[in-house]
Design a protein around this ligand. Structure first.
Ligand SMILES: Cc1cc2nc3c(=O)[nH]c(=O)nc-3n(C[C@H](O)[C@H](O)[C@H](O)COP(=O)(O)OP(=O)(O)OC[C@H]3O[C@@H](n4cnc5c(N)ncnc54)[C@H](O)[C@@H]3O)c2cc1C
Length: 297
């Protein structure tokens, strides 16, 4: 007999409260699973043609003002297991915040995970984006992952099943799976040193990023051999606005939303303006890193 669902289903849920940009439209259905087993059961019941998307902490995501006509599944409060396995690997469910993984590794005498301390999303988001900074990249440390299919079946996969690139990861032979958990392997090392590195890294970020205003991190990928922020600044675009959205004065590859006043449309129009100006001035096509979904208003 099928289990009963134990999570929470909300309808017409405004997404501005679930994304770090604090802007955007609503999702038709929002499911907050109770745990991994409950998520699998929810997927088993979901109509196969229902548009569906996983959401972590929304730190790389914008839903257009007309909303997302489908189901979004929120992992953060549900998929929270983080433990050291007997073989020395780290098992992490995808709702765990990436900075927590950084601290856990350091506290367990492992090195290499420090970069995750500055990436304010879930580990699921880090897997989906191959999040990275300061020379570290999520997939460098992934041994294998636990996937859930749209039918709610579990499946283990190794790195070889994925095409892994800069801020991009894709399954080579399937599309209908989401990340449930991962097993990570970090080298053993000086945990105290790793903790100090985390503190330094966070101080650097506080000094260089507009962390006091709603934002979604770097808007564009860095083009080969260059920096998006450098190009945007050189194009004279620092500080320009589109409605309530502004190119950050502190870091030109960030768009900020002071007071949460911007619509998703204003943020997207500002993104388009930056791309057009940088194309015209330098002939470089800036590729968006942030994910934008849903319908325009
Ligand atoms: C201040 C700031 C600094 C940042 N710095 C960095 C940085 O240095 N480096 C960097 O790479 N990024 C950075 N980011 C961007 C962002 O934090 C990362 O991309 C992060 O990994 C996204 O995680 P999330 O849980 O917020 O994902 P979300 O924004 O919720 O989702 C992003 C994408 O991941 C998918 N996804 C989420 N969970 C799953 C899952 N379980 N299964 C399948 N797909 C899933 C979503 O469907 C969506 O397509 C920064 C963001 C901010 C706000």
């Amino acid at each position: 007999m099928a289990e009963t669902l134990r999570g929470r289903l909300l309808e017409n849920e405004p997404m501005a409260g679930h994304v770090s940009w604090r802007a955007g439209g609503a999702v038709a259905k929002a499911y907050f699973p109770a745990d991994l087993a409950d998520l699998a059961e929810f997927l088993r019941r979901l109509r196969p043609d229902e548009p569906m998307m996983m959401v972590g902490l929304g730190s790389n995501l914008l839903v257009r003002d007309g909303g997302f006509d489908g189901t979004m599944i929120f992992t953060h409060a549900a998929l929270g297991v983080l433990r050291r396995e007997e073989d020395g690997s780290v098992y992490v469910e995808t709702g765990v915040a990436s900075p927590k993984v950084a601290r856990f590794a350091a506290n367990n005498g492992m090195v290499g995970a420090e970069f995750l301390a500055g990436i304010p999303g879930t580990f699921g988001g880090a897997l989906a984006m191959n999040a990275g900074c300061h020379g570290g990249e999520t997939w460098n440390f992934v041994e294998r992952v636990l996937m859930l299919t749209r039918r709610g079946d579990y499946l283990e996969r190794t790195r070889d099943d994925f095409a892994i690139g800069y801020r991009h990861v894709g399954l080579k032979n399937a599309t209908d799976e989401v990340f449930a958990a991962a097993w990570l392997r970090f080298p053993a090392g000086d945990g105290e040193l790793a903790r100090r590195k985390i503190t330094e890294l966070l101080e650097k970020r506080m000094a260089s990023q507009p962390l006091d205003l709603p934002n979604a991190g770097s808007v564009f990928r860095n083009p080969p051999g260059d920096h998006a922020a450098r190009l945007i600044e050189a194009a004279g675009l620092k500080g320009i606005t589109e409605g309530g959205a502004q190119v950050s004065e502190k870091h030109a590859n960030f768009i900020v939303n002071p007071g949460g006043a911007a619509s998703a449309g204003e943020i997207e129009r500002l993104i388009g303006r930056i791309q057009a100006e940088v194309r015209e001035k330098f002939g470089v096509e800036l590729v968006r890193e942030v994910r934008i979904v849903g319908e325009a208003a």
